[in-house]
Design a protein around this ligand. Structure first.
Ligand code: G6Q
Length: 542
């Protein structure tokens, strides 16, 4: 089937859903939440359950969302993407014009992968990594004093930081003994100084991750780290690793102990399962657990091929998100994990979703007549309950919520107090929040009344481990791209980050101009930028 690639508002199901959205399911009406509804509105796949009885949908709306997904050809496009079609493209305009093949990095378990050439490249890099990790673990590869490497500093930003960092924190409990990973991303010198002062460089590897090999923050921090190694009398070429695109300026074997590659068909924010995440996660977890993480992601990628949204967690999340965004008109989405190890996961999803779907033109470059990606935000666990949940329950805007939880704790160390474990307290809180948001509560005191009727869903798995973390990552990656297909936008470029970079460089030129030439006239070159620097008090410092 050739997918329609029509704009959302031109699909036959759009007007039907608009009509249905005039009287959406009322979660706060007395008989809304029944035990039958709770049992019926569960989607199970790839080791996850999605409980969605607390969304404002009934079976008729779900059927209409299914039709809309079918009409958009979302799953067909997902399959085309996995097969290597050029999905990163705006017709008729200059654009990246690339394949989108992050799923190939974990399609390594199949005898016949969907895109054999890309999966072969992934296998080759994984074999190189396995060899490197084996050398480290067996003691063949040590520092100059014959000691093992215990720490790794990851230098990268955006897609070369957020996803890998989120997964490292999520799985740190599974780390090999004596292995720690630290992260420097910001160009803020205080960020780098904090880590460089707290570690023993002699036992530390530095992993420089940049697909382009040109990112200002990363290159600056690399030089900062190399200077620290030189001060410690160490040869940085024996400590520094590179993960980069083939042919990038970082590709220089003389400067790095090992170089691993990622390819232009893997977007930064989708690159956690490529070498971008693999090197640091492999160092921390060992090869076997990293492969288990890939297996979980692959399992969810397969589940995402199912055309039935009631059986496909990613398509279900995508279409419920579109219902909330385009038909109920809700502007934000809170992702709230009840799991402290997921403390950086929402930050990763914020990038993955907002950079992918924060778009205003179609894949033909036309201005959109409907909303696309929401503002994504959130924090873990019960901490949020003591902070911003007041607004979620009684504020003047409605915020849809995606809760994430696990039936068992990760480390199994728990305590019974008042005959309940901490894990039971944690999950009881999660479930209670979904109920409270949905049902609300009447009270003659208006300040203590809860209107309810606020939508949420619950993502559950048994335990946060490498397999389920892979699944969770792939669940959101697939949700985001499926939504992009329905919205008929390009979810794979990020032109919107360019202007700020260009202007920052223009401002930086004024500093270097002033340092080089006493008669430098920045005002003539760039009146507005120069005036802004002056008002900000920055010219006095140069
Ligand atoms: C992600 C973006 C962006 C990118 C960073 C780092 O999809 O492209 O966040 O990952 O700008 O880029 P480099 O890896 O090229 O340094």
């Amino acid at each position: 089937m050739n997918p329609s690639r029509r704009n959302l508002n031109l699909l036959p199901g759009y007007s039907k859903l608009m009509e249905m959205a005039r009287q959406p399911f009322d979660l706060s009406s007395p008989d809304a939440l029944t035990t039958e509804r709770l049992a019926a509105q569960v989607c199970r796949a790839a080791g996850f359950e999605i409980l969605y009885a607390t969304e404002r949908v009934d079976q008729a709306v779900l059927d209409a969302l299914q039709s809309l997904a079918d009409e958009s050809g979302a799953v067909e496009q997902f399959l085309m993407m996995k097969g290597g079609a050029i999905m990163n493209r705006i017709e008729g305009f200059a654009c990246e014009n690339r394949q989108v093949l992050h799923t190939a990095t974990r399609d390594i378990f199949a005898a016949a992968p969907r895109q054999p050439a890309a999966t072969e490249q992934a296998r080759q890099e994984l074999a190189k990594l396995d060899q490197f990790l084996t050398e480290l673990e067996s003691g063949v590869l040590t520092n100059q004093a014959g000691e093992p490497f215990t720490d790794l500093i990851n230098i990268g930003i955006g897609g070369s930081d957020l996803g890998p960092r989120a997964v490292y924190h999520a799985l740190a409990a599974y780390s090999l003994p004596n292995r720690r990973v630290h992260f420097i991303s910001n160009v803020d010198p205080d960020d780098a100084a904090q880590f460089l002062s707290g570690i023993d460089p002699a036992r530390t590897l530095v992993n420089v991750v940049s697909k382009s090999g040109t990112t200002l923050e990363t290159l600056t921090n690399e030089e900062l780290a190399r200077a620290a190694f030189a001060r410690a009398g160490l040869d940085s070429a024996r400590h520094f690793l590179a993960v980069t695109g083939k042919g990038s300026p970082l590709e220089n074997p003389d400067r790095y102990l090992r170089t691993f590659y990622m390819y232009d068909y893997i977007g930064g924010r989708y690159s956690t399962t490529s070498m971008v995440g693999a090197v640091l996660l492999g160092f921390a977890l060992g090869n076997t657990r990293f492969i288990e993480f890939l297996r979980g992601a692959n399992c969810m990628d397969q589940a995402a091929e199912n055309r039935n949204l009631r059986e496909n967690p990613a398509l279900l999340l995508a279409m419920l998100g579109i219902w909330n965004r385009n038909f109920l008109g809700l502007d934000t989405l809170a992702i709230l994990p009840y799991s402290q190890p997921l403390c950086r996961f929402t930050a990763h999803l914020q990038q993955c979703d907002m950079e992918s779907n924060g778009k205003s033109v179609t894949r033909l470059g036309e201005t959109l007549a409907y909303k696309t990606g929401p503002i994504v935000w959130g924090e873990p666990g019960t901490n949020g309950q003591h902070a911003f949940y007041q607004l979620l329950h009684q504020g003047t805007i409605t915020v849809p919520v995606e809760f994430i939880g696990f039936r068992e704790s990760q480390q199994g160390q728990d305590i019974q107090i008042n005959r309940t474990s901490s894990q039971e307290k944690l999950i009881a809180n999660l479930l209670a929040q979904a109920l409270a948001l949905a049902t609300g509560q009447e009270n003659p005191n208006p300040n203590r009344a809860f209107a309810g009727n606020r939508p949420s869903l619950i993502i559950l798995a048994d335990r946060l481990d490498p397999f389920s973390m892979g699944g969770l990552l792939a669940l959101y990656e697939a949700k985001i791209v499926l939504q992009g297909f329905v919205w008929n936008i390009n979810s794979f470029d990020q032109e919107g980050v360019q202007l700020g970079k260009v202007l920052a460089n223009r401002l930086l030129n004024h500093f270097s101009g002033l340092k080089q030439d006493k008669n430098y006239n920045g005002k003539a070159k760039d009146p507005l930028g120069y005036a802004l620097l002056s008002e900000a008090g920055m010219l006095k410092l140069s």
